[in-house]
Design a protein. Sequence first.
Lengths: 342, 342
Amino acid sequence: MRSLLALQQKLLPDLLEVMNKRYRVLRQLRLTQPIGRRSLANSLDITERVLRSEVTFLKDQGLLDMSIQGMQLTEEGEQLLMELEPVMNEVSGLDNLEERLKDKLGIPEVLIVPGDSDVTPWVKKEMGRAAVGRLKRFQLESKVVAVTGGTTLASVADMMVPSLDMDGTLFVPARGGLGEQVENQANTICAKMARKAHTDYRLLHVPDQLSEEAYQSLIEEPGVKEILEIIKSASIVVHGIGDAKTMAVRRKSTGQVLEKIKENHAVAEAFGYYFNQSGDVVHKVKTIGLQLEDLERSELVIAVAGGHSKAKAIEAYLKTGIQSILVTDEGAAKALLEGNSL
Amino acid sequence: MRSLLALQQKLLPDLLEVMNKRYRVLRQLRLTQPIGRRSLANSLDITERVLRSEVTFLKDQGLLDMSIQGMQLTEEGEQLLMELEPVMNEVSGLDNLEERLKDKLGIPEVLIVPGDSDVTPWVKKEMGRAAVGRLKRFQLESKVVAVTGGTTLASVADMMVPSLDMDGTLFVPARGGLGEQVENQANTICAKMARKAHTDYRLLHVPDQLSEEAYQSLIEEPGVKEILEIIKSASIVVHGIGDAKTMAVRRKSTGQVLEKIKENHAVAEAFGYYFNQSGDVVHKVKTIGLQLEDLERSELVIAVAGGHSKAKAIEAYLKTGIQSILVTDEGAAKALLEGNSL
DNA sequence: TATTCTCGAGACGTATTATGTCCCGGTTAG
DNA sequence: CTAACCGGGACATAATACGTCTCGAGAATA
């Protein structure tokens, strides 16, 4: 017996097209609501008139509300969208991609969201939503969650929502100062995430540049030492993966470091570690906090990174053999699979 | 979690309508093929041009063939239609109706086909097809199937198809002469059914009017006695349900009988028994064969009857408490549920 | 407070599609 | 032989989809 969708393909070949169109409208709306017709049409790359037809239809169906501030999903719209997600993933073949990528990378789980965050920036938010969704399916009560910095993790924080079974969950930054801008620092993201989740957080204040003596005395400081222990005990880690060169530049690393990275052909970066194509560590930012080997003791590691330009970095990092869940986007996933098949 | 169809109802109600239209075309075509555009359009009560659009589409999809004799379903069309049946039942809410009716009548299973056989005659054929389909899901090898007469059972015979697991199945008429026209007599229907099923049948020749002595000597006749025993051993019974008065008139019953039926407020009739609104037997045609109490020993009893005008009769008959499967149509089902809710 | 921006809604001409209505030549049954 | 029915072609018209522009209202900003 064929599936319902297969039957419908025969009887209504354009069904999927329409369904996909409406689904995309709802999904984009969820990300940017409240939003007006023109901007939304622009985001979806369709003309205003077409969007208008869809939107009036969806409004009649009670899936969204129109007001002077713009359009917003109704309760029912949110609900429908949620239920629609797995269906559309299957339709667009994303679950297929997920399977293949899982096999290629040798990791236990891959989640792929549609789009390419290099092309359309809001895809990062979708990755964020997916990561949060995955996180919440885990038993989080009284657990410590360590998070890193980066723009992708900022998206994860953006999409964080409170949940009943996050009672006592504590968010901490994975590692100390890594030279990022404030909004992308682990501390900032950690705080934001905890606030949005309606739960607690602890911060780790470590200056970027530090002499050896100052460093030694700092880690003996009782306040710091206590947090460090909590961080080391983290059972859940959520982190991003960056392109080595980009990250080094963004962190305003010294010429020496840049040189080292270039010489050793580093391609990937994750929480202060730089990796070459084979997954070997070629450089490490000197700071306190979670170390690479600590990951092995974690119960759940989620790596979030997308955009086709990150494909190489993702692949290199996962060659370390870390059993991590990968949350990525269609662009990166396809690039990864293509690159591998060459 | 709602089903995919429920989601689609919200997201693409218009497409489901189209799907329904195309489904109806295919279904009607199956019943009357080969048939031309104009007649088919007439049957479906849509204009020729609309049908034409659908038909050309369906032809392009390879679901039907057009020839000079008319249109016919292809193999693929037949297959699709079959797989589509449960889906469309869900869409049109028929499976919901089935559940409700099952509860109201207190019987184990109800099958409803779309339409109303009082309004559109070919719905009887659909009921026939449904009954045959249900019958074939039962283990029929070497079993005896007793059938009654009536126009509805004639439709069942029409739709009978051979099947691999009907080896050794024997068709017999449930009861002797009941005064029907030849084409609606149990004997005729029994023979037709067996022939279409590519299996055996035995007939029971009993004249309509018979003196008591002749009757007694007849049932002692070896040939008759043998068949009678087979009939009594029938494990499967398929029968119709009629309106009491209509049946009495059609059978040209005597004024005496008509009077009795009227006086006792008989509303339903089934294989020669007349029932009042409470399900009590108020009259019984004197003939040999299966008796009402024999039904209790049957493994499978299927009652087939449709059309809103038969609602009262169906309800009355099923009040006897017989554990029967009911095959009916939308018209009767709705009338039954409405009547009950008043 | 003044100004600018974005919002939904209306309007309207045009391109596209759906539909109603005929007609035609061929095939078949009576 | 003819009447009925078949698919297919044709065409005017109605309905719909779409691109484009405009307007007044509220929100944000300065």
